[in-house]
Design a protein around this ligand. Sequence first.
Ligand SMILES: Cc1cc2nc3c(=O)[nH]c(=O)nc-3n(C[C@H](O)[C@H](O)[C@H](O)COP(=O)(O)OP(=O)(O)OC[C@H]3O[C@@H](n4cnc5c(N)ncnc54)[C@H](O)[C@@H]3O)c2cc1C
Length: 371
Amino acid sequence: MNRRCDIAIVGAGIVGLAHALAAAKRGYKVTVFERDAQPLGASIRNFGLGLVLGQTEGEMHALAQASRDIWLDVLPRAVCWHKAQGSVTVARNAVEQAVLEEFQALRGEAYGTRLLSSAEVGAYGLPTDGVAGAIHSGAEIAFESRVAIPRLVAWLTETYGVEFVFGAQVNAIDLPTLTTSRGVWHAGRAIICAGHDFQTLFPAAYAEPPLQRCALQMLRVANPGLTLGPALMTGMSTLRYGSFAGLESLAALRQQLDETDPMLLAEGIHLIVQQVGESGELLIGDSHRYGEAPAPFNAEAIDARLLQLAESLLGRKLTVLERWQGVYASGPDGYLLKQPAPGITTVAITCGIGMSVSFGLAERVLSTALA
Ligand SMILES: Cc1cc2nc3c(=O)[nH]c(=O)nc-3n(C[C@H](O)[C@H](O)[C@H](O)COP(=O)(O)OP(=O)(O)OC[C@H]3O[C@@H](n4cnc5c(N)ncnc54)[C@H](O)[C@@H]3O)c2cc1C
């Protein structure tokens, strides 16, 4: 193994892979270091949802649109299952519907959304009892992250000659020297894409604004005999995503949940249902617990609530196949980009949308920070 490269990348999650692609496309010799034997972080634990609708208007929305284009170019070339069938956000009552209607009136044109009637929701095979309507976005894409991430690793190796060094923790970088648990390498530059590890390399880069970690609970359930094109969300998601921020009707929704179902607010629960892969199994989540070091223990009450919400939306009983926790970096902005030393860049996505924006962000980093 030649232990020299132009650009060393720390971390083989989506942020690291996106930067590896952007760098390799520009002709750099790239080596990616990953401490685990395979990527095991947030990038394989998510819904596999490239979300455009939820992104805050402006920069984040543009990054998600750019990323979508890159995903749709890369996924077929890397021979990965995917679909581009958008999302449907269902209003389970009049209060949620008011939020969707306000969004459509003010921002629908910018996001390319349209309102659906309750009958149109029924056409997706969903029960319509109590459903007030929905909003449709055609922009979302879906892939199966636990399959797609290893496929991207193989594809980057085969297509661009990117070198991956697994089982190698990078312990220190003093360019051109990288000291790893598998020996010393030499690189012209380094891009650190360490996910929610803020301690190992240049901890001061993650101190301002201060970052936290967010722990989420997820479930995988058997195919309930349903073919879902779009990803499903409900009005609850409008409380979480930046594109809906500032809508007047959100206050009534928050108040309604506070009065009728405070656990949903306390645990940051909202519902996403994503059907993935040839099996048609469903990914269901999620909840959000924040802290410097959130506990690793999944609360059964949260899983039960998520399952109940999904069964109610889909109108059928679900059989759980797997449960897991995911953790990501959390901060006030969409991402944190720092240069802690000459030639070294740290990149952290800080709001749970890394699958949606990383490719676009990596293009920007390579064409600006490294220009
Ligand atoms: C449950 C859940 C659901 C989500 N759903 C979605 C979704 O549907 N859509 C979306 O856009 N986003 C979603 N997200 C967010 C998204 O998954 C993350 O934003 C993204 O995966 C972060 O990617 P990353 O590469 O920064 O982190 P990671 O995937 O965690 O990768 C970081 C990697 O760096 C390695 N590493 C760290 N330090 C070192 C070191 N010193 N040396 C060597 N290796 C190191 C780690 O081992 C790790 O593999 C979700 C997240 C979770 C947890």
